[in-house]
Design a protein around this ligand. Structure first.
Ligand SMILES: [Zn+2]
Length: 686
């Protein structure tokens, strides 16, 4: 229920999951993995490195209609989606003979339920009738609190104001109660607050109005309600932390007593709320955003009951849109087009596959891993992990700018990072959840409730980690990887270990500077501007002397400046402060991977081969750049620049290499060349 902030490798553009036929995995005429064919060898690497590394691919690539970005990582995603589609169809055909509660039965029957469009259309919103009636019957604070509790169970997501259970940031050996800030319809605050976003706000109003009309509200009344709903969200958005502050654990941590919570947010009947959830009022709890919670309480006090009810109906509706008739999904995509630009609605099976990944992600991943992941690949990745980690350790041992005590602790933290490859040792057991072949929405709500109750009942018990469970970052079927600061752990999903990230046939440079660099990237997250604020077991604790912190920030500031000077689109600069953690991780990743490659080639000189006229050094930096080649819709670029810590691929392809001396040597880049970064502007951190 609580979404701990993970530090993923990449911003996700997977608005839609995979294609319905294999030919829809676009290759643009190139191999999926590293290839010199993708390069534009007529371009000068000293002038435009990204063009040199991927120019022919960039010329040929076209963004598929059902998404907003295409890159080699997205191509990987689409290939995995195709594998997943085959698994889903197989499971759907054979679920009748599978034991009840097994991954095959659950995944297969949920898929079949999602494809039963006739039934979904016939039911309309009738499956929500009881919940709407409950909202309509709210007559005061007690009923409101009981309804909020009911909704958080149904949706596994807090509505208006709510609590959840997760590990305590100051003592991660135990769980604690959090009062958390629910997400708004649009995660980016800018959409509500910035004048330039007025067209998106218009689109949001239209979206809400259209959906309300579909539920039977008269158009005039729907427009009035939509206006109210956007007003409420705007009031909350004004108190939300901005994306830069979200990376600061101190700003997300406010411990208080239960009595203080009742003073901070008096309009919520917390006792009723907690009783409904089966949670005893805790002696103390953590509030993630004090001001936002105070504002939400004021809202409850200020709002006429009718407006509060309209808002709650919307909160419920917007979270179940994918489970409703097609007209609702069309309204949702119409709004996505306003946000991101052109976007086709993908075929039904893609939409359903995406929902299964987010609700039954681990049971689906179990079927995937059985079929598509082998022990040799896991072993090879673990070997690379060891080699990259060893480079980091050498560097910490030789570090000149840290004081001895900070340096000693950094080594301890590095040694304690847990790095897991592929899939979890223990899967989350969904077997008790009733998944029916004719109840798509009901399945989703039952899964939500199972997850919500599972989290709530953990309070007071020993901490159990759910690894490989985040559908955006770590599920074994996603193309991503993540460092989790509150655990000091890294997860590298099974599906990620495919070309161009990892290819058993490729030469050393290619694997080191793709997968190896990602491993280095994730390890560096433990020591980036956010990760360094956590200790070796994942508690938020400052283990830096002030002078070490000052030196660190001076170096990190160079990466802020470098990104700020980069134009994503004409007139739109990258957000250096927001992206500094990712850029630090990229600089560390490339540099550590390159060092690990050099060490490996020293150990095995026969591998130091020139291939296609390119040295191993050159192939290393080209391999990195090829991963980040991308084409993206302008609207998507604007949204991620405003709100996502990951800079766009066109920046990542070359900016981190500019801090690595080996890059300049490999391509003969000299002062005065466009790719030259003055040594004073290069960050020397890890
Ligand atoms: Zn990252």
């Amino acid at each position: 229920m609580i979404r701990i902030r993970m530090v993923a490798l990449a911003a996700t553009a997977a608005l839609a999951t995979g294609p319905s036929v294999a030919e829809e995995v676009p290759s643009f005429g190139f191999p999926f993995g590293f290839s010199v064919e993708k390069m534009d060898r007529s371009a000068d690497p000293r002038k435009d490195f990204a063009r040199y590394a991927s120019g022919r691919w960039l010329d040929a690539a076209r963004i598929p209609g059902d998404t907003v970005r295409i890159s080699p990582l997205d191509q990987m995603s689409r290939r995995v989606d195709e594998q997943v589609r085959v698994i889903l169809e197989e499971a759907s055909r054979t679920s009748g003979s599978a034991p009840r509660g097994s991954p095959r039965q659950q995944v297969g029957d949920h898929f079949a339920a999602g494809l039963d469009v006739k039934r979904i259309e016939a039911l309309g919103i009738s499956p929500l009738a009881a919940e709407f009636a409950r909202i309509d019957a709210i007559d005061g604070p007690k009923a409101l609190a009981a309804t909020l509790a009911r909704l958080v169970l149904l949706l596994n997501d807090p509505v208006l104001a709510g609590v959840g259970v997760a590990t305590d940031p100051s003592d991660r050996t135990r769980y604690t109660v959090f009062a958390i800030e629910p997400e708004l319809t649009v995660p980016s605050n800018e959409v509500y607050l910035a004048s330039a976003m007025a067209p998106v706000r218009e689109g949001l109003l239209k979206y809400i109005t259209d959906v309300l009309v579909l539920t039977g509200v008269a158009p005039d009344a729907a427009a009035v309600q939509a206006k109210k709903i956007v007003e409420i969200e705007t009031r909350v958005a004004a108190k939300k932390l901005d994306p830069v502050d979200m990376a600061d654990p101190a700003k997300l941590y406010s411990r208080m007593s239960y009595a203080q919570l009742e003073v901070l947010a008096p309009a919520i009947d917390w006792e009723t709320y907690l009783t409904e959830l089966g949670v005893a009022p805790p002696a103390e709890l953590v509030v993630t955003n004090r001001e936002a919670l105070r504002e939400r309480s004021r809202l409850v006090a200020d709002l006429p009951l009718a407006d509060a009810k309209a808002f709650l109906r919307w909160e419920l509706l917007r979270r179940v849109i994918p489970y409703l008739p097609t007209a609702f999904i069309e309204a949702n995509f119409a709004f996505s087009r306003v946000m991101y630009g052109h976007l086709d609605i993908p075929p039904r099976e893609k939409l359903v596959a995406k929902e299964i990944a987010s609700r039954l992600g681990q049971p689906l991943s179990q079927l995937y891993v059985e079929k598509h992941f082998d022990a040799e690949t896991k072993q090879a990745a673990e070997d690379l992990v060891m080699r990259v980690r060893a480079q980091f350790r050498h560097r910490l041992e030789a570090n000149k700018w840290l004081t001895p005590q900070t340096r000693r602790y950094a080594i301890e933290k590095l040694d304690k990072i847990s790095i897991k490859v592929g899939y979890p040792d223990a899967w989350i057991d969904y077997s008790k959840v009733d998944i029916r072949r004719d109840d798509y929405l009901g399945n989703a709500l039952r899964i939500n409730e199972f997850r919500a109750r599972r989290d709530l009942t953990r309070l007071g018990k020993p901490v159990v980690e759910d690894l490989f469970a985040d559908p955006a970052a770590t599920l074994p079927i996603v193309i991503n990887a993540a460092y989790e600061p509150s655990r000091n752990g890294i997860e590298i999903p099974a599906a990620f270990l495919q070309p161009p990230m990892y290819d058993p046939q490729a030469d050393a440079a290619v694997n080191y500077c793709a997968l190896g660099a990602v491993i280095g990237h994730e390890i560096t997250h433990g020591f980036d501007s956010q990760g360094r604020l956590y200790d070796a077991v994942g508690n938020v604790r400052d283990w830096w002397t002030p002078e070490d912190a000052q030196r660190f920030n001076a170096q990190a500031g160079k990466l802020v400046a470098q990104a700020n000077s980069f134009q994503v689109l004409p007139g739109l600069h990258a957000n250096g402060a927001l992206a500094v953690g990712e850029n630090l991780a990229d600089v560390g990743g490339v540099s550590l991977a390159y060092a690990a490659l050099v060490a490996h080639l020293r150990e095995s000189p026969q591998l130091n081969a020139t291939i296609d006229g390119l040295s191993q050094d050159q192939r290393c930096f080209i391999a990195w750049a090829q991963i980040w080649a991308d084409k993206a819709n302008e609207g998507w670029l604007r949204q991620v620049t405003a709100a996502d810590p990951h800079p766009p691929g066109r920046y990542r392809a070359r900016a981190p290499a500019q801090h690595e001396p080996g890059f300049y040597e490999a391509f003969g880049i000299r002062q005065g060349d466009p790719m030259w970064l003055d040594p004073k502007e290069r960050a020397a951190i890890w």
